[in-house]
Design a protein around this ligand. Structure first.
Ligand code: PMP
Length: 325
């Protein structure tokens, strides 16, 4: 029999999918790692499990305890699933600029969701800091701290990276990825660079984030403007991202991202989220720079169903000054 044992064993080993239109347009193989097929629906199931497993193994987390986390939503969804599967309570702090659907899913999963005003990391009322303080105040609570807990990047070093290497039979020339905590790019890039020294590792950044500036100039300066993307961009270098060997960085605008997610939907049948739009746009740009004949891998981070009231709502998009081409 070919079966997987429960929720935990269903995490990872996602397919690597050839993105047809963009591969044909560039003459490269543009391959997307189908993280939206994880059982909690996103790339963050891997980090959620690695962090919870580490807390269990270190004796910090015991049956009946409470897991607390600050998250844009997807990490929280992964955590809430795993808490149910392993008998923990779950409290999630989220900023109020994330999609309504993510909050609803978390509530359906039985998490206690605390939506707090969106303020910068430097403000003590930032959702991450509130999560940390709450966990400290509650007996039997564990704060997973996905931004600075390096069990997050270890998930991608031990699972996503080796899967990509195996699935491409070592033919991957470039890995291209947007960044939130940095866990994905740091873990995958470290593994792939150990297999092949001359692989190109490219960080993609949305507008209003400081990571493009960090990779290109070494200075952590936020770019001007804002972005409707969810789960990516950062104003600081997390412990997960620190030390990652990234070769170059590109910025992708929201308009290019919107055009791409609708192209993927209408021409190929994929309903995928905004960070995936950024990733496929970036993969196309890297394919054009490298020229035909290269294999470029990126991440299909989550599905688009959670963004029906935002990214896939034309009136909402128009309010943000974004249009469908
Ligand atoms: N895309 C989506 C949809 C996400 O939720 C996240 C995580 N916040 C990312 C991309 C970025 O992944 P990482 O945190 O590993 O950098």
């Amino acid at each position: 029999m070919d079966t997987r044992d429960g929720f935990i064993e269903t995490i990872g080993n996602t397919p690597l999918i050839r993105m047809r239109a963009v591969s044909e347009a560039t003459g490269c193989e543009i391959l997307g790692k189908a993280e939206f097929l994880n059982p909690g629906g996103s790339i963050k199931d891997r980090a959620a499990w690695w962090m919870i497993r580490e807390a269990e193994n270190s004796g910090l987390l015991r049956p009946g305890n409470t897991v607390v986390e600050g998250t844009a939503g997807n990490t929280g969804i992964g955590i809430a699933h795993i808490c149910n599967a392993r008998g923990y309570s779950c409290v999630i702090y989220m900023p109020d600029n994330q999609s309504r659907e993510k909050i609803e899913i978390l509530e359906t999963l039985g998490a206690e969701v605390r939506v707090v005003p969106t303020v910068p990391y430097t403000n003590e009322m930032n959702y991450q800091k509130q999560a940390g303080r709450y966990a400290q105040s509650l007996e039997g609570a564990v704060w997973l701290n996905q931004f600075d807990n390096t069990a997050n990047r270890l998930a991608h070093y031990e699972s996503t990276g080796p899967e990509i290497w195996r699935q491409t039979e070592g033919s991957v020339d470039a890995f291209v990825c947007s960044v939130g905590t940095g866990g994905t790019i740091a873990g995958v890039s470290r593994y792939l660079k150990q297999q092949r020294q001359d692989i190109q590792l490219v960080l993609l950044d949305c507008i209003g984030s400081a990571l493009y500036s960090f990779i290109t100039t070494g200075e952590v300066v936020m770019s001007k403007g804002t972005s409707i993307t969810e789960g990516i961009g950062n104003s600081r270098i997390t412990d997960n991202l620190a030390g990652a060997k990234i070769d170059w960085a590109l910025q992708v605008t929201d308009q290019d991202m919107v055009t791409m997610v609708y192209q993927l939907l209408r021409e190929e049948g994929w309903l995928l989220g905004s960070s995936t739009g950024i990733n496929v746009c970036g993969a196309v740009e890297v394919a054009r720079k490298l020229g035909p004949g290269h294999t470029i891998v990126t991440m299909l981070c989550d599905g688009g169903g959670k963004y029906r009231s935002s990214l896939f709502n034309k009136d909402w998009l128009a309010e943000k000054g974004l249009h469908l081409s």
